[in-house]
Design a protein around this ligand. Structure first.
Ligand SMILES: Nc1nc2c(ncn2[C@@H]2O[C@H](COP(=O)(O)OP(=O)(O)OP(=O)(O)O)[C@@H](O)[C@H]2O)c(=O)[nH]1
Ligand SMILES: [Mg+2]
Ligand SMILES: [Zn+2]
Length: 327
């Protein structure tokens, strides 16, 4: 039998059968997917083959095969730096939820996320949430951030999950698709799912006053069927976003605005650092590429892990202010 994985808790997987029943399944023995080394062999969104096992008091399943994944989104596993964690697979669209300061989302974090999504060929839409809370400076920061990403070609939405603003436009983009919500803890992913489908009553929690960070309320990725012919995967908040091993030369290919200019660099193996006649550096000087993007690029190139800290955010804000002042 074939089904779709809706939830994974590590040892048990909730699979929806083609008939629409939910079956709790385990994985057969120690089989591993070929190719990728991940801490979780089966992820939400996987299509699996399973057989039923009936005992006197329950019907469970045993998964013995995973169908080839159309795509998947991964992050480096926190503890095992060479292993990956598959957040979800077979996704049509990712909506990256961003809040400006409650909790703060940095340019660097967004760029790391986008690079990974570009590498795995998954369309990402930026959703600025909590617009109802903005004061004048926050609004300016948000509009600037949106400007940076719209210039590159990323679609941006502005929503308030608590005041139901922008929800219809978002729904429209989800019809007939499997979407995933991602972003830091506390940005309002589960609240947004509830806004679209109040009957789900997903657990949400206020962010900590002291640290201005979310409290990791959602602990497992889970898929939900929505009443307007859409599927959504709500995920736990992510902290740092380690980029999965990439060749240095490959990285700028995942910055679309760099990629468009690459051919104009003098050297075809240009890393856009100190090389002469670099089209990316020239565009940067002309303010056609945002400094925040270039800084993220350099950080990824250097391979340092992003640690999600508020001081990184201040650094990024400074960069955005500097960039703005140059205009
Ligand atoms: N004012 C306002 N508050 C919001 C909005 N969206 C979410 N919140 C609040 O933000 C807090 C965190 O929301 P959650 O939905 O739990 O956040 P999450 O992204 O699911 O967090 P994790 O599950 O920890 O990853 C809650 O107190 C929500 O009520 C919004 O648009 N406006
Ligand atoms: Mg949540
Ligand atoms: Zn160059």
């Amino acid at each position: 039998m074939t089904g779709l994985v809706y939830k994974s808790t590590g040892s048990w997987y909730t699979v929806k059968s083609e008939q629409g029943d939910f079956i709790e399944c385990r994985m057969k023995g120690k089989f591993r997917m070929k190719g990728i080394k991940s801490t979780n062999p089966i992820a939400v969104g996987d299509i699996v083959d399973y057989e039923l096992e009936e005992t006197s008091d329950a019907v469970t399943g045993t998964i013995f095969n995973i169908h080839e994944r159309k795509n998947y989104i991964v992050r480096k596993s926190v503890n095992l730096s060479h292993q990956m964690h598959i957040i979800a697979s077979n996704i049509d669209r990712v909506f990256l939820l961003i809040t400006i300061n409650n909790p703060p989302t940095t340019f660097n974090f967004i760029d790391r996320f986008l690079v990974t999504a570009e590498a795995y060929n998954i369309e990402t839409i930026l959703v600025f949430n909590k617009i109802d809370t903005f004061d004048e400076p926050t609004l300016e920061d948000q509009l600037y951030m949106q400007y940076v990403y719209q210039q590159i070609g990323y679609k941006c939405l502005r929503v308030s999950s608590t005041e139901m603003k922008g929800i219809d436009e978002l729904k429209e983009m989800m019809i007939g698709k499997v979407s995933m919500f991602s972003g830091h803890s506390g940005v309002g992913k589960s609240t947004l799912v509830n806004a679209m489908e109040p009957s789900l009553h997903l657990k949400t929690k206020t962010i900590s006053e002291a640290s201005k960070q979310g409290q990791h309320t959602t602990t497992f990725a889970e898929m939900y069927d929505l009443s307007f012919n859409a599927k959504i995967i709500d995920t736990p908040g992510i902290k740092g976003f380690g980029i999965v091993d990439m060749e240095k030369e490959e990285i700028s290919g995942y910055f679309p605005e760099f990629f468009r200019l690459k051919d104009q660099c003098k050297f075809n193996n240009c890393l856009h650092k100190e090389e002469p006649h670099c089209a990316i550096k020239a565009a940067l000087e002309r303010d056609e590429i945002a400094w925040s993007r270039y800084n993220s690029y350099l950080k990824i190139l250097e391979g340092d892990e992003e640690n999600y800290r508020t001081d990184t955010y201040d650094e990024d804000r400074k960069i955005s202010d500097e960039t703005r002042n140059q205009k």
